[in-house]
Design a protein around this ligand. Sequence first.
Ligand code: P6P
Length: 323
Amino acid sequence: MKTFSQYLMVHSQENHIPKELISTVESIIIACKQISRNVRLGALSGVLGEAGTGNIQGEAQKKLDVIANQILIDTLRTNPNVAGLASEEEDNFVAANEQGGYLVLFDPLDGSSNIDVNISIGTIFSVLLKPSGSLKTESFLQKGSEQVAAGYVLYGVQTLLVLTFKHGVHVFTLNEQGEFIETKSLPQIPEQTAEFAINASNQRHWEQPIQKYINELLAGEDGVREKNYNMRWVASMVAEVHRILMRGGVFLYPKDNRDPSKAGKLRLMYEANPLGLVVEQAGGKITNSRENMLEIQPTGLHQRVAVVLGSAEEVGHVRELHI
Ligand code: P6P
């Protein structure tokens, strides 16, 4: 089994990946290892509980949200290849190195509500080429298909790194010496599934096509699907995506009629797009229930979207119901 460094050397040579992009991703992983050390210690390092602050999303920040965000900013700013950063926890982008060729966007700690109850959380990251000209918000507003690398680090039963440079997906496990070792290469998401993930407590607020779709699944073998489905909900998107990457499934966070102005809860730039690139690179699909997620032209750093992702056949069923 290859170490992360050995993988990077082989993969970058085989796929002509610029050393500046490799360096940028290495900095992200250095930061995530430091975040993992904080997460693992929990109460022992005084990092649990509320920070007493809020972010632009209007969400109360956990201490670990703030810590993880600062670790990523401090680490990435020292890399001369990084021109700028955007974070779920920062209102505006953060300028880094003017000569840098890459932009890094991240959700420093997705699933924060799970931190204090020891359920999996994760760091999600996305890398874009910096367009020519001065750095501005519009520099970041690129389609998901423009990403040059994306992935996540899942702080779960194991600490896992899942990464793609758009030549397939690779999975690494953090060992006791603090080194990521490649443990799975090119996982493929099964086309079909009998497992769905949705927060069913919001059912009365969904649009009709989603209600119809979920009712079809709940009807099981007695309904039009003629098979029984199982349900999971972890309230940590990274954990749901990883389960789907490993065994298939469909994840939905639909638009909620309580706030018609919001297209959805989840964020396009640093949740849906990076996780969507991993899913598509593993043969799955991701939409906003109507159109391909990675082709949506972003209009804002913190833009929200509805999300349907996972096994291609199920994502297709949802899309058909919206036509
Ligand atoms: P709810 C975590 O806060 C998150 O952004 C995703 O990771 C997760 O899938 C979703 O929100 C959970 O939302 O409404 O079930 O708490």
